[in-house]
Design a protein around this ligand. Sequence first.
Ligand SMILES: [Zn+2]
Length: 385
Amino acid sequence: MEKPSTLSVMTAYLGAPRISFDAVKEQVSLREIIDYLQLARKGRSFRCPNNRAHKHGDRNRSAYIAESWDSWRCYGCQAFGSVIDVYRYVYDVSKEEARDALAEYAGLAPVYGAVTKPAPPKPPEESPRAPLGPEAPLPAAAPAVHAFLQRTQENLLTSRHAIAYLEGRGIPLSVARAAGLGYAPRGLWLHARGASQPRIIAPLTTPDGTLINLYGRSTVQCEKRLRHDFLPGPKGIFHARSLAEEGVIVVEGIFDAVSCLAGRRPSAAIMGLSIRDGWWLEMKARLILLAPDADEAGQRRREDLQRIGAQAGKTVFTLRPDCLAGIKDLNEFWVKHQRLPNAIDKFFHVYLPREISKLDAARTAGIPTRTAISTATSAAAPQAA
Ligand SMILES: [Zn+2]
């Protein structure tokens, strides 16, 4: 888990109602924050947060958590206290500032009060998957879902926790904002099962941009099954407007997509490894760069997607897993290298212009575009080198 930056902690407090110290201690466990701040906990011992006393940091894990798990003491410097003290030592802030920062972390002080939960939208009838036929239209999200999204988009701009989380994933707030991301403090998320975690919220739409679902990514450590959460119903696509741009990078997750956007490349996330087949027909882009995660599931699915895309008349390039140089996905690559893989630049500078002129030449010559494209995707499927 990423540390909130000092900068975000120092930001002026935003005028949310005061929360008591006890309320914060009840809601945020000492153990969670020690782990969140990466204090190298092992059982009940951890690195002392009092850096003033330990000149080069406490390498010996001199601090111990009490058996009750709600207080701690350092046997090196005698510092002690609660979860609030851990935070104030790490960031060298007052007790009040630490309380406020943790209150926000816990979702106790949302910039907006909690909304009453509307009934989740009814899942639509399962429509049969007729390959590459037009898909039955999906119902648009309820007005309450639109209103919730807007509220979380406003929250994002002022939440120190959310901004620090984005920072940890290398995403500037301006990019997150332009992509429509939001932030729901703990307790606010519309889907009860995942409401105990604060979440980054992403709008999911059909290819034409109709909002049909929301995705919530937990920003704190939690059980794996709760990390990613959706409202009931079909998932939809994140940042579908990029699908109108030639060379759009189609990825699995929202942070891969916003990494590409931060790198000034068009990108959409299909939220896992499948989308409705018919949606390929609705993408305006003729040339697509598929960049699934460099894991087994991603690679297995890559060929299927490439084939379905070709059936829809698309030229589908794929990013080979070795282009990520041992890293699992584009967001991790972005965080580590502060840039996108070279293969992506090469795709945009070399392959994409070449393929676009091929398609345009075919069109001028009156050859049905579809034929030209299926040739380009035959046998050896093109890959960005
Ligand atoms: Zn100490």
